[in-house]
Design a protein around this ligand. Structure first.
Ligand SMILES: O=C1O[C@H]([C@@H](O)CO)C(O)=C1O
Length: 448
């Protein structure tokens, strides 16, 4: 839950010297978006770990570059019908918005990343279309959009042409998708420098698509295709191993958990890297986590037997093998509820081969995009649907694969992959200093 508390930032990786990007822009901005609760992270964590669970509920505010407003709105009085009063801002307050000052008739690259604890967001910019060109650090076939869905853990670049009436300013807004929102839109201003930044736009902020308009979200996801470019590997046409991961909300002795194939991840106190490298079998569960779930499981209904177990087992992947992961969504504990989960993989990018409805079957393979699937490290599962991913296990190490919603990870929604651990060149001492590896290696002269 440390990210929820504000432990995040963005890192921008430039193209190597002498290399060119496959698009042009005059200047760039970064928008790092997040959500914010007024209760402390400690309070939230204690609630999640209580019996019965106390859910964190929806955020009090959304933040753009760490800034948000509460109890007032940047767009209140001006357009009538607001329950908030207009924020009174001089520009020097900590909560004053980060404004994008632009020149007319230029192209700007806006790098957008979401570190939300919970919220799925939708970005729109009044009167302007965006050209989406990159996702999670890999180029896309450019496509134009009026609004962009961004899930926690994802990043995008869009190109924005400042070709609109330069005597006006325009709203930039982020609104909540996928969960019934109780949080006002995050707002800031696209300021054509020909105006004062405090001049309010003529029209109210763009309306966020309805939170449960999943057809809108799916249409957006399905537009995302990899650019044919030397920096992006072509998808493997076959796989060596397919792991099917059922996502369920469960109970354990009255505690609420999220589980994968009925195992809720409980991280061991000894970091995996050292315990796998040095064969410390007591450090974590040696049982193989399940490859699949029972065929009769009805993903459209709450679990018949909601009892789960916790576990810390590892999916040991053949070094350089091609692994398919089918993420299977299901009904949560409450009837007619199935939620969005953005899954994030460490250490790799994967090809997003496709999305589908209901329970995945072998014949769904026919729908895979094996031509130009996007190459990313985060992919969402939609309610009651499946998402198919493929990656090559070519990065020696131990890698988390988890729902990027912080409270869901806290409640066990993740798995662990490992490959080629014997090929990790050198494990730093700091990675061995806890738990059983600490006891074994950090004694006497090894200390300090
Ligand atoms: O993990 C979750 O718990 C709540 C709800 O299911 C129980 O209050 C919710 O919306 C989640 O995403």
């Amino acid at each position: 839950m440390q990210r929820s508390a504000g432990l995040y930032g963005s890192m921008i990786v430039d193209v190597a010297e002498g290399e060119k990007e496959p698009f042009h822009y005059d200047d760039e901005f970064d928008l790092l978006v997040s959500d914010w609760w007024h209760k402390s992270v400690h309070h939230q964590e204690v609630g999640l770990s209580s019996r019965p669970m106390r859910w964190i509920n929806e955020p009090q505010a959304l933040l753009i570059n760490g800034r948000g407003q509460y109890g007032c709105s940047l767009a209140a009085d001006h357009y009538g019908n607001s329950s908030f009063s207009q924020c009174n801002i001089t520009g020097h307050e900590q909560w004053a918005p980060y404004i994008l000052h632009v020149d007319p008739n230029k192209t700007y690259r806006i790098r957008i990343a979401s570190t939300t604890a919970l919220a799925s967001l939708n970005l729109a910019i009044g009167n302007h279309k965006m050209m989406v060109v990159e996702a999670d650090g890999n180029y896309l076939q450019p496509f134009e959009t009026n609004d962009l869905d961004i899930y926690s853990g994802e990043s995008y670049s869009v190109l924005l042409k400042t070709s609109q009436d330069s005597s006006q300013n325009y709203w930039i807004s982020f609104g909540v998708r996928g969960r019934e929102p109780h949080t006002p839109q995050a707002l800031t201003i696209l300021n054509y420098k020909t105006n004062s930044a405090s001049k309010l736009p003529l029209s109210p902020p763009p309306v966020t698509p309805r939170w449960d308009d999943y057809a809108h979200s799916k249409a957006f996801s399905n537009k995302i295709k990899a650019l044919d470019h030397k920096s992006i590997p072509k998808p493997s046409q076959t796989y060596h191993r397919r792991i099917v991961l059922l996502n369920t909300q469960n109970k354990m002795n009255g505690y609420t958990k999220w589980s994968i194939n009925n195992v809720s991840l409980s991280l061991p106190t000894t970091p995996y890297l050292g315990s796998i490298r040095f064969g410390l079998r007591d450090a974590f569960d040696q049982t193989k986590p399940p490859e699949d779930f029972p065929g009769h499981y009805d993903v459209m209904k709450p679990p018949v037997n909601p009892n789960t177990t916790t576990g810390s087992g590892v999916y040991m992947l053949g070094y350089y093998s091609t692994v398919d992961v089918i993420l299977q969504n299901a009904n949560a504990l409450t009837e007619n509820v199935s939620e969005i989960h953005p899954w994030h993989l460490h250490g790799h990018d994967f090809w997003v081969l496709g999305y589908g409805e209901g329970k995945f079957t072998k014949s769904d393979e026919k729908k895979f995009n094996l031509k130009n699937p996007p190459y990313r490290n985060t992919a969402v599962i939609f309610p009651y649907g499946w998402t198919a991913l493929r990656f090559v296990a070519d990065n020696p190490g131990v890698w988390a694969f988890h729902c990027h919603i912080e409270p869901h990870l806290h409640l066990g929604m993740g798995v662990v992959f490992a490959e080629g651990v014997q090929h990790v060149a050198k494990i730093p001492k700091e990675a061995l200093s806890c738990g059983l590896t600490g006891k074994r290696f950090m004694t006497g002269s090894h200390l300090g």
